[in-house]
Design a protein around this ligand. Structure first.
Ligand code: ZN
Length: 202
């Protein structure tokens, strides 16, 4: 399965000047929503991810995804694993669990994103689950932007990666795009302005 080709074919592999949720800037952005607008493709990708997770003997009760980006990937992953699925969402900037979603003590969770960049939102979701008595047994994403180290490889995570070292991270592919602090962004230096992906038709 060629994830890069799937993203390119879906016009989901964007080039420009983007502002990430971490506040960093980047020239390339993976707009997973464009891939996941095709439910059959979403199903196929999630099935493959589920297979990798099952092969690693990870068992879970629930997939939890940070909204909005993670919801579709998380839902399809849960379908493939035949377990529950819900999501955390930001309320005034803070990640929260709402809508009556429940964590039972000792339940095992997979935190699923569409893309893991630094893993900041995934980590915030994991903290909520743990505070409520759940156990996070894995992180998962359709694609990894190359900062965190995926299960089965022996590369070290980069300093930007926020995922814990002692919990496996499963993904279908690695991409390595540079990200920049605003102050050092070469794209900003050309006078262009970073835009939030999802705005202005991207
Ligand atoms: Zn910039």
């Amino acid at each position: 399965m060629n994830i890069e080709k799937i993203y390119k074919d879906a016009n989901a592999y964007l080039k420009g000047h983007f502002l990430l949720s971490s506040g960093k800037h980047t020239e390339y952005y993976l707009q997973s929503a464009k891939v996941l607008e095709n439910p059959l493709l979403a199903k196929k990708l999630a099935k493959k991810l589920a297979k990798i997770i099952t092969k690693a003997k990870i068992e879970a009760d629930v997939v939890c995804a940070p909204a909005i980006g993670g919801i579709l990937a998380g839902y399809e992953l849960a379908r493939a694993l035949k377990i529950r699925s819900f999501f955390t969402e930001r309320v005034g900037g803070e990640m929260a669990l709402r809508r009556g979603f429940e964590v039972k003590k000792g339940e095992k969770f997979i935190i699923c994103e569409d893309i893991i960049t630094t893993g900041g939102s995934a980590l915030e979701s994991a903290k909520i689950i743990e505070e409520l008595g759940g156990e996070v047994v894995a992180f998962a994403a359709l694609a990894n932007r190359g900062f965190c180290s995926r299960y089965g490889t022996n590369t070290s995570p980069k300093i930007e990666c926020k995922l814990p070292n002692n919990v496996p991270f499963f993904t279908l592919d690695d991409f390595s795009f540079e990200i920049y602090d605003k102050e050092n962004c070469p794209l900003c230096k050309t006078g262009s302005k970073a835009i939030k992906p999802g705005s202005r038709n991207n």
